[in-house]
Design a protein around this ligand. Structure first.
Ligand SMILES: [Zn+2]
Length: 299
């Protein structure tokens, strides 16, 4: 057991008052009574994990309240008859620090209500979970261009070109070019939503093609070159619809936007020689004359 003099030197006056002198901070004054972070509340004295955000609730008392300890061995109890009341004191099982009291008016199955002083706790935020990557699929004319553009965007993890939205399973490039499969040339972007938003991807999508051009982009003519957003979930759908409405309202284009917004269907990966076309063929005339200038203009 550390002597009090040592505790005094390593705790703030508030922490010392609560943990070592059985003090109680004023209601609604502590830093955690209205705190909603996701993580653990450790003992401010010894660092032991005491409570978790998952079991924290708003008791209305002005003190952080939990209906369960992180582990039943993390805390210990002691009868407390001070201040003319019969209460049960809660202590840190490791360092013996006073944490608060426990009552039996809690909301959980046990009915326990750990009423704890903020000063006895140190919140540790849970490390952000590794985010799941999300995909987004766009048709904006020749997929060589769109792939090259999305590859320049930070947060984009990978980009593949392929076909979507038609009737033919496993179509070849030549079949898609005939216009008879119903497929569009598409670019499928796999991205980290923590690093880049779907809205930002849409910005790029609008910039790399002319969304007012029906079934055609420049010299590329046919439904396979249609302007289309294939959404993967409701959120993408709403974001895309809003973006389209906003561009229309802003009067950015002289003609109506013809971009389709439809649910994603099976993605058929295009032949290998189409993947990373710009990276692999930077000197091809199409890359130099069409793609490179587009990338330069990208904002
Ligand atoms: Zn402790």
């Amino acid at each position: 057991m550390k002597p009090n003099s040592e505790w005094k030197s390593c705790l703030t006056p508030e922490q010392y008052q609560v943990l070592r002198q059985q003090g109680t901070e004023g209601a609604f004054t502590g830093k955690y009574y209205n705190h909603h972070g996701v993580g653990i509340y450790a003992c401010a004295g010894c660092g032991q994990e005491l409570f978790r955000s998952a079991e924290k609730y708003d008791s209305g008392t002005g003190w952080p309240s939990f209906w369960k300890a992180a582990d039943s061995s993390a805390v210990k109890f002691k009868k407390d008859s001070s201040h003319g009341m019969q209460r049960t004191e809660v202590l840190c099982a490791r360092c013996g620090g006073h944490l608060g009291h426990v009552f039996e008016d809690g909301p959980g199955p046990s009915g326990m209500h750990y009423c704890i002083n903020s000063a006895a706790l140190e919140f540790e935020k849970e490390p952000a979970a590794k985010t799941d990557l999300v995909t987004a699929t766009f048709g904006a004319g020749c997929f060589w261009c769109t792939e090259a553009a999305f590859n320049t965007i930070p947060g984009v993890q990978s980009v593949q070109v392929g076909y979507m939205g038609g009737r033919t399973a496993n179509p070849t490039y030549n079949e898609v070019c005939s216009g008879k499969t119903g497929h569009a040339e598409v670019t499928r972007v796999t991205y980290d939503p923590q690093q880049v938003s779907y809205g930002r991807l849409l910005d790029v999508f609008w910039q790399v093609h002319d969304p007012t051009s029906l079934n055609r982009q420049g010299a590329d003519v046919g439904t396979q070159y249609r302007s289309v957003i294939f959404y993967n979930n409701d959120e993408q759908k709403k974001t895309a619809e809003k973006a389209k409405a906003r561009l229309t309202a802003e009067g950015k284009y002289n003609r109506p936007i013809v971009t389709g917004i439809v649910a994603a269907s099976e993605f058929y990966e295009a032949e290998d020689y189409h993947q990373d076309y710009y990276q692999n063929n930077p000197d091809a005339p199409y890359c130099r004359m069409v793609i490179a200038p587009k990338l330069k203009k990208l904002k």
